[in-house]
Design a binder for this molecule. Structure first.
Ligand code: EPU
Length: 418
């Protein structure tokens, strides 16, 4: 397995372009199941999770072609409604085929994704919503077996905010008969990106980006050409790396309005951030990083997907702070590895107390979650000596060539093939 070696102590400087958003691309690729004809997507990040999605779509009979960052997906040949365990277990977001398969084929058999390193992550709200739309759902031998006549619009109330749950229901409802209203819907930019894609295909969705989304069902959809929005978590990760190393980095191709909560916290931590235009952000670090309390929340709150990276910054800040994780029950798996690097962090329930230390020390580390792996790479950037980040497999699920981007900014970082 590959590993990444980071020699700490270099300030990041220069310009870097962010990739397309993983969490926007995944549901949009699944939405191609909803129509006949070739959909063309550009600015698709080249990641393991994208590869896994294309493998799953191919398994369903869909024609997928990939050229660099452009992907063509044509579901005219869709002939299978079965998403097997072997494909779903690689990536939880595979559950995103459930809504479109039901809408299109009136049946779906999808392996239950199961928990993962960061929490139990049930899909009860996806299933409850589909039942409200008229689906018959059984759980059998680890599989969701769903069938329906044409789905019928309904009012759906989410007990908690769920991103992929909102996306699944939106995709199921676009071809349903009549009107569906999703109450307490997720408001993430990825939801808006999916709604825009579906509307371009001919759907009638209003309210995406608010907590009430209304979907007027249509008879059929048509294929589209679409550019994937920039990745706000990659943007936030690089901004944090710049602040951490007291660097001066300009990020190109970003969407500043999607990272406002991250910018706000980084400014409070002392960084200077200038937004030059719709897609350019400059971040300049400061010698002294200030401690800032933080609580993860659904959008537009601070994203859970940035919590681990921000914790590294706080580990070397002046003073103490509290970080509360409110989205996932077990998203502090990076803490024990950061402690091994000399961080002073105490966890009690879903709250971490971080007392800033003057320096971290390089060590061999590993993590079992994507964002935790990114946090360890960032820790390596400021640690003394060499940090060896193992199980880079997780990083490759969600960051496109992070080490090359950091290297282009002056980091002493390299991947060792294994
Ligand atoms: N939840 C339920 N029941 C459900 C659905 C969710 O109890 O039916 C709970 C979850 O267990 C969790 C909370 O609701 O405690 C929120 O989970 P959500 O459903 O919003 O998460 P998700 O849709 O599975 C997406 C992203 C995650 C990101 C979360 C939160 C994708 C493909 N994944 O997951 O991204 O952390 O929203 O913003 O969009 C990542 O990229 O590293 C990642 C984990």
């Amino acid at each position: 397995m590959d590993k990444i070696l980071v020699q700490g102590g270099r300030k990041l400087k220069g310009e870097v372009r962010v990739s397309g958003s993983k969490n926007a691309a995944l549901p949009i690729l699944a939405s191609a199941l909803l129509c006949d004809g070739a959909n063309t997507y550009t600015n698709v990040p080249m990641l393991r999770d994208i590869k896994s999605t294309l493998e799953l779509l191919s398994h369903l009979g869909v024609r997928c072609e990939k050229q660099e960052h452009a992907v063509q997906v044509d579901a005219s040949t869709l002939n299978n409604h079965d998403a097997p365990y072997d494909l779903v277990r690689k990536m939880r977001a595979s559950i995103l085929v459930l809504g479109p398969l039901l809408a299109r084929l009136k049946k779906a058999r999808v392996s239950l994704p199961g928990g993962c390193a960061i929490g139990a992550r049930p899909i009860n709200l996806h299933l409850k919503g589909l039942v409200s739309l008229g689906a018959d759902i059984k759980l059998d031998h680890g599989y969701v077996e769903a069938s329906c006549d044409r789905l019928k619009g309904a009012d759906i109330y989410f007990d908690m905010v769920t991103v992929t749950g909102t996306e699944n229901l939106m995709m199921a409802a676009v071809l349903a008969e009549g009107r569906t209203v999703l109450h307490n819907a997720a408001r993430e930019p990825e939801i808006v990106a999916l709604a825009n894609a579906l509307n371009q295909m001919g759907a009638n969705i209003t309210g995406a980006g608010t907590s009430e989304i209304s979907i007027e069902g249509v008879e059929s959809l048509k294929p589209i050409a679409l550019d994937i929005i920039p990745d706000r978590i990659e943007t936030g990760t690089i901004m944090t790396a710049a602040a951490l190393t007291n660097g001066d980095v300009t990020i190109l191709g970003a969407q500043p309005e999607h990272v406002q909560s991250i910018i706000d916290k980084l400014r409070l931590a002392g960084a200077q951030i200038d937004i030059y235009n719709d897609e350019t952000i400059r971040i300049q670090g400061r010698e002294i990083i200030k401690s800032v309390d933080l609580k993860t929340l659904p959008y537009p709150g601070f994203p859970t997907d940035m919590q681990a990276q921000f914790m590294v910054l706080m580990s070397v800040a002046k003073g103490s702070c509290l970080i509360s994780e409110t989205i996932f029950e077990n998203r502090f798996i990076h803490v024990s590895e950061l402690r091994r690097m000399g961080a002073d962090i105490t966890v009690s329930g879903n709250v971490a107390l971080i007392k800033g230390v003057s320096t971290l020390s390089g060590a061999p580390v590993m993590a079992t979650d994507l964002r935790a792996s990114a946090c360890l790479v960032l820790a390596g950037l400021v640690a003394e000596n060499t940090t060896e980040v193992n199980r880079v497999y997780h990083l490759d699920r969600g960051y496109e060539s992070l080490e090359l981007k950091l290297e282009s900014l002056g980091a002493a970082i390299q991947r060792v093939k294994g």
